[in-house]
Design a protein. Structure first.
Length: 290
């Protein structure tokens, strides 16, 4: 499974660059010849694209393919890859530039249109299952970490709560896998955590929700895919969103989505569901002493 970090985006850019270089070489063109035929001033642009120092635009890919005599089908494949690469990585500062509410609102469409959502969280309660108080604590810490000037935490929380309505829509399926440690971390005040765990028990009874808790003591020796990783969401079979401290990785390539789906299945195999999951939640709540 690829590393879930911004380096994955860089590797994707380099993979596209390598393909473009191979196409140029197969066409028997030097970098200077390609640049001249493309109408670009000098070979520098070709070099920067081939070394992934400059991401190619749609126009760059179309021109490259035209000059090198690439057929229509292969051109379409490269354009699809260019689109995936260009939207793959967004850093946290850019995501939240207009405030936390804007960031929350920007992701709403994919939650609205997806009929199957698979979520894995190793450290926090997933946003779709959070109480207002827990979401307030989470987003307040995000604002502090990013040193955001705009204070729209309350509006961002309201947007997140509004998004949770999708949990009650017929024809949807939400599968959540949460590491047991996430239930026990003392990240916020005890009363916030107690209320959150009580809510978590309640949502396990929704017909659209399947919640699995991965025990602290679960054996992971039977599968190399069952080790903890960064939190991620799989939307149908179209996109994977990976949550990182420094930003967000969005994956749309089929073979990579399949790798995350395989990881999700392996983690699900060692999780407790139903009554067993509720007992683990209750035990974590009891440990808070309230």
């Amino acid at each position: 499974m690829p590393s879930s970090s911004s380096t994955s985006a860089q590797r994707a850019r380099q993979a596209l660059a390598d393909q473009l270089k191979e196409i140029r070489l197969r066409a028997g063109l030097s970098g200077t010849e390609l640049a001249r035929a493309a109408g670009w001033s000098g070979v520098d642009k070709v070099s920067r694209i081939e070394h992934a120092a400059r991401p190619p635009s749609v126009a760059d890919v179309l021109t490259w393919c035209r000059v090198c005599g690439v057929d229509e089908q292969r051109t379409e494949e490269l354009l699809a890859e260019q689109k995936a690469v260009s939207t793959m990585w967004t850093d946290s500062r850019r995501i939240n530039r207009a405030g936390l509410r804007g960031a929350q609102k920007s992701v709403r469409p994919i939650w609205e249109r997806s009929t199957l959502v698979r979520t894995y969280q190793p450290r926090l309660i997933p946003g779709l299952l959070q109480t207002p108080a827990y979401a307030t604590a989470v987003l307040t810490s995000v604002r502090a970490r990013l040193r955001l000037q705009v204070d729209d935490v309350a509006a961002a929380v309201a947007e997140r709560m509004s998004r949770q309505r999708v949990l009650r829509r017929a024809g949807r399926q939400f599968i959540f896998l949460i590491e047991e440690a996430a239930l026990r971390y003392r990240l916020y005040e005890a009363h916030v955590l107690v209320d959150q765990l009580t809510h978590l028990e309640e949502v396990t009874r929704l017909p659209t929700v399947s919640l699995g808790i991965i025990p602290l003591a679960a054996s992971r020796t039977s599968s190399a895919h069952a080790v903890p990783v960064e939190g991620f969401n799989i939307f149908d079979d179209r996109q994977v969103q990976v949550e990182l401290v420094s930003g967000e990785l969005n994956i749309t390539q089929g073979w990579e989505i399949a790798l995350y789906a395989e990881r999700f299945r392996a983690l699900g195999d060692i999780a407790d569901f139903g009554g067993q999951a509720r007992r683990r939640i209750a035990a974590a709540r009891a440990a808070l002493g309230e």
